[in-house]
Design a binder for this molecule. Structure first.
Ligand code: HEM
Length: 421
């Protein structure tokens, strides 16, 4: 009964996904914020006319995402896809599976992402960041930070970790972009999955014959031992390759833009290289920007009572983590970027069993990326105006397609590097 009351209180659910306002490109859409003010459990309307639940508050987001009565299985009726998909999404392995299959597959790739193992990689990531900046600084004019720094850094790192060649990066970056873009034709999306699968199958076969020390070799060993099907190994590779570079690349570029547009916060970070402040700034930028802005999509497998609302078995649920991260019940003055805030309870990496596996890697890469950029290029600035930046309004991961930046050539960036390396 209560669900009927709750849904009828909302005359017409707004269309989802909602576009951010051009004047406030770092904030959730004004329509979404309005819904949050109306209540924690709302409804939205999708392209197919369905009206899944829309969870707008931090506490309810965590409650729902920790509830075992929800499913992440995209093939279940009621799953709230923000755009038509080909079921090709199920090529994304355990991120779209439920336990016990999800847990079984996730456990196989947990160890390489443990904090201690990731810290061992920090000096190598620092070298990659410095080399990319050396190359940027060899140009005189403005450069595109996405192309020169934000995209290659995490791509090089995930290729190294998986043990796949970086040389083919143009191809796998393009296929990844196709997969995470909304409204791409089904056929095109299927082809992108197939191409990525073919790209990963080759090294996987090689590593089954001659194993090395990388993640793909480990998956290959499990295939040989009969613990893992070849198709599952390929799908896990696709998931790790896409998740491992697209998200972090968008965070590096969008986070840099957010800092440039908040010069006081940028100056705080640039002038105080304390690792604790850098770590806090990374958490704050993750909270403030919540680049996975299509929310966490789930479907209820049993009835769930929450805040006096009954979510029925089979109902779709979109957990709006971008709104949860701007909840004033949890974060004071939530629409302010404050690099010293250290908001450790943010939900930018999700919550519950599907919480981001790669978060230690993402954190370390972002800490290295922002700190190195600001130390080596302290005069970093936009080479265009904010309204000329192409934002990814059409992607399930938010960011910028290009970020033209420039700097004051007189500054002694080279000495900065030599003193600190
Ligand atoms: C700033 C960067 C990143 C952000 C914002 C991010 C965000 C997220 C979010 C929100 C989820 C939860 C999905 C859900 O609940 O449906 C997730 C899951 C996941 N992420 Fe990340 N991620 C980032 C970087 C990475 C990296 C570097 C990797 C490394 C490969 C990675 C691998 C994964 C995997 C494998 C999952 C699925 C976990 C599961 O289903 O158990 N992510 N990520």
């Amino acid at each position: 009964m209560t669900d009927v009351i709750a849904s009828t209180q909302q005359a017409e659910p707004p269309a989802f996904p909602m576009r951010r306002a051009s004047a406030c490109p770092f904030d959730p859409s004004p329509t979404a914020t309005h819904e949050q003010q109306q209540g924690p459990i709302r409804r939205v309307r999708l392209w197919d006319g369905s009206t899944p639940w829309y969870v707008t508050r931090h506490a309810e987001a965590r409650t729902i995402l920790a509830d075992a009565r929800i499913s992440a299985d995209i093939s279940r009726p009621g799953y709230p896809s923000p755009a038509p998909v080909d079921g090709g999404g199920s090529g994304l392995s355990f991120i779209l599976m439920d336990d016990p299959d999800h847990a079984r597959l996730r456990r196989m790739v947990t160890a390489p992402f443990a904090v201690k193992r990731i810290e061992v990689m920090r000096p190598a990531v620092q070298r990659i960041a410095d080399d990319l900046i050396d190359s940027m600084l060899s140009h005189t004019g403005p450069v595109d930070l996405v192309e020169e720094f934000a995209l290659p850094l995490p791509s090089l790192v995930i290729c190294e970790l998986l043990g796949v060649p970086y040389g083919d990066h143009d191809d796998f970056q393009e296929h990844s972009r196709t997969i995470i873009k909304r409204g791409v034709a089904r056929e095109e999306q299927r082809r992108a999955f197939e191409s990525l699968g073919a790209y990963l199958a080759q090294p996987l076969h090689r590593k089954i014959a001659e194993p090395g020390e990388d993640l793909l070799s480990d998956l290959g060993r499990r295939v040989t031992d009969g613990e893992l099907e070849m198709a599952d190994a390929v799908q896990m590779g696709i998931l790790l390759l896409i998740a491992g570079h697209e998200t972090t690349a968008n965070m590096i570029a969008l986070g840099t833009l957010a800092l440039i547009e908040h010069p006081d916060e940028l100056a705080r970070l640039r002038d105080d290289p304390d690792p604790a402040l850098v770590a806090s700034a990374v958490e704050e930028l993750l909270r403030y920007l919540t680049i996975t802005h299509d929310g966490r999509k789930r479907v209820a497998v049993e009835d769930i009572e929450i805040d006096g609302v009954t979510i029925r078995a089979g109902d779709g649920i979109i957990v709006a983590t971008d709104l949860g991260n701007r909840d004033d019940a949890v974060f004071s003055d939530p629409n302010r970027l404050d690099v010293g805030r250290n908001p450790r309870t943010h939900v930018a990496f999700g919550f519950g069993v599907h919480q981001c596996l790669g978060q230690p890697l993402a954190r370390m890469e972002l800490q290295v990326a922002y700190a190195t950029l600001l130390r080596r290029i302290p005069t970093l600035t936009l080479a265009t105006t904010l309204d000329a930046i192409p934002f990814k309004h059409d992607g399930s991961v938010y960011g910028v397609y290009e970020l033209p930046v420039t700097w004051c050539p007189a500054h002694p960036q080279k000495e900065e590097k030599e003193q600190t390396r």
